[in-house]
Write a protein that binds this ligand. Structure first.
Ligand SMILES: *[C@@H]1O[C@H](CO)[C@@H](O)[C@H](O)[C@H]1NC(C)=O
Ligand SMILES: *[C@@H]1O[C@H](CO)[C@@H](O)[C@H](O)[C@H]1NC(C)=O
Ligand SMILES: *[C@@H]1O[C@H](CO)[C@@H](O)[C@H](O)[C@H]1NC(C)=O
Ligand SMILES: *[C@@H]1O[C@H](CO)[C@@H](O)[C@H](O)[C@H]1NC(C)=O
Ligand SMILES: *[C@@H]1O[C@H](CO)[C@@H](O)[C@H](O)[C@H]1NC(C)=O
Ligand SMILES: *[C@@H]1O[C@H](CO)[C@@H](O)[C@H](O)[C@H]1NC(C)=O
Length: 340
């Protein structure tokens, strides 16, 4: 019975998501005009297009939770003219079709015009980069932070090979980032790696991959992630304090002010799950990082709570939001049926 309910929710959710997306993006275009052109775009064709937004799932999980869907949807809405590419490790060439039929939620996000879902194949990704010898040697079963480390490595190789912007799946896009080569400051002297962008084959990322391997220490969380970005940047420039809300330049890299992505700092992450007197306008930000890794309590977006996160969903990923509402109502209906 539980399984049936899950299946029902899954199908319902996907169906609602698909319809809401069609309605909100193209009124009058329900079912009739699918984005045909997209069907013929191979991974190679997509990846040679400039200015992509890249998301990664480095666990084998195949059913993205709502926050991930919201993150992808918000990017798809803000960057209508760019491909949004979601790489999932759990997919291989053959499973996408199976997965779509068993849980169409994935199918629904991939139905968005500019969203593409491809398998993440690290062995191929790391080829022809400084990471390859390390990847062949590392014993993944002994690495306690492997999901993070493999993600840190993959994002460097992706953006080096293909160019574009990398985003964590808990980043909600709210307006386009106006620069191409950039790192996101978490503070004056600290760079995150949760979001960054570069031209294809940018020397900085090549140097990051070399440093990744030379200073590899899998026992220290973030040593290949934000600490890597920070020590590379420190090696290039003196990281002086930010003045007002102005970005900095280090050679030809923009070091974007903490307000751009972290208007709410990680110490204050719970504020996203609180009720605010009014919705902040986040005028100085391009995206909001929701700090999901801090969220051990598994706080989530609760419908009707009027929390900041609910208002963010409503505004920046309305398709995801309304399909959650529909799924919740479907759920209620089912339990009513069960008890009656
Ligand atoms: C997956 O696709 C790649 C490239 O198209 C191909 O080289 C590989 O053999 C395929 N793998 C499987 C298991 O079909
Ligand atoms: C990797 O580590 C595991 C656990 O310590 C061990 O059983 C396995 O043999 C190692 N694999 C290789 C290829 O060294
Ligand atoms: C950073 O500042 C120190 C002293 O303030 C100076 O010696 C050094 O050359 C500077 N480094 C760079 C990369 O500008
Ligand atoms: C950026 O700076 C690096 C090092 O200073 C230089 O090698 C590279 O040519 C520059 N790239 C552009 C596009 O200016
Ligand atoms: C933020 O932007 C909106 C619209 O662009 C504007 O009305 C508002 O005054 C701005 N708020 C601040 C604090 O600058
Ligand atoms: C979301 O939060 C509610 C209330 O705290 C909880 O009951 C529910 O299990 C959570 N859902 C998920 C998917 O974690």
């Amino acid at each position: 019975m539980l399984k049936e309910i899950q299946m029902f929710l899954c199908i319902f959710f996907a169906f609602a998501l698909g319809i809401f997306y069609e309605l909100s993006v193209e009124p009058g275009c329900l079912f009739a005009c699918k984005p045909i052109s997209k069907t013929f775009l191979t991974q190679k064709e997509v990846m040679t297009q400039g200015r992509k937004i890249i998301f990664l799932e480095t666990t084998d999980r195949l059913q993205p939770p709502p926050l991930v869907l919201c993150s992808v949807e918000s990017a798809a809405r803000i960057y209508l003219d760019r491909p949004i590419v979601f790489f999932m490790k759990g997919l291989d060439n053959n499973t996408l079709v199976d997965v779509k039929s068993s849980c169409p939620a994935l199918s629904a996000i991939s139905a968005m015009k500019n969203v593409f879902i491809f398998p993440l194949k690290m062995d191929i990704l790391f080829q022809d980069t400084p990471l390859h010898p390390w990847y062949l040697k590392v014993n993944t079963t002994q690495e306690k932070y492997w999901v993070y480390i493999s993600s840190d490595a993959s994002r460097l190789a992706m953006i080096w090979k293909y160019g574009g912007i990398y985003m964590d799946t808990d980043v909600i896009s709210i307006r386009p980032i106006p620069v191409t080569n950039f790192l996101a400051a978490q503070s004056s002297q600290f760079s995150s790696n949760g979001i960054f962008g570069f031209h294809q084959h940018n020397w900085f990322l090549w140097d990051c991959m070399k440093n990744f391997v030379e200073n590899y220490n899998g026992d220290i969380w973030g040593n290949q992630g934000p600490y890597l970005m920070t020590r590379m940047l420190e090696g290039l420039c003196n990281l002086t304090n930010f003045h007002k809300i102005e970005d900095k330049r280090c050679h030809n890299i923009s070091f974007l002010h903490p307000q751009r992505f972290y208007p709410i700092s990680y110490q204050q992450w719970k504020k996203y799950y609180e009720v605010w007197d009014s919705m902040p306008d986040f005028n100085d930000s391009y995206a909001l990082h929701l700090w999901n890794f801090m969220n051990h309590e598994r706080k989530n977006m609760t419908i009707g709570s009027n929390t900041l996160v609910e208002n963010i969903y409503k505004k920046y990923c309305p398709t995801t939001y309304w399909s959650l509402v529909q799924a919740a109502e479907g759920n209620k209906q089912m339990s009513l049926n069960k008890t009656s």
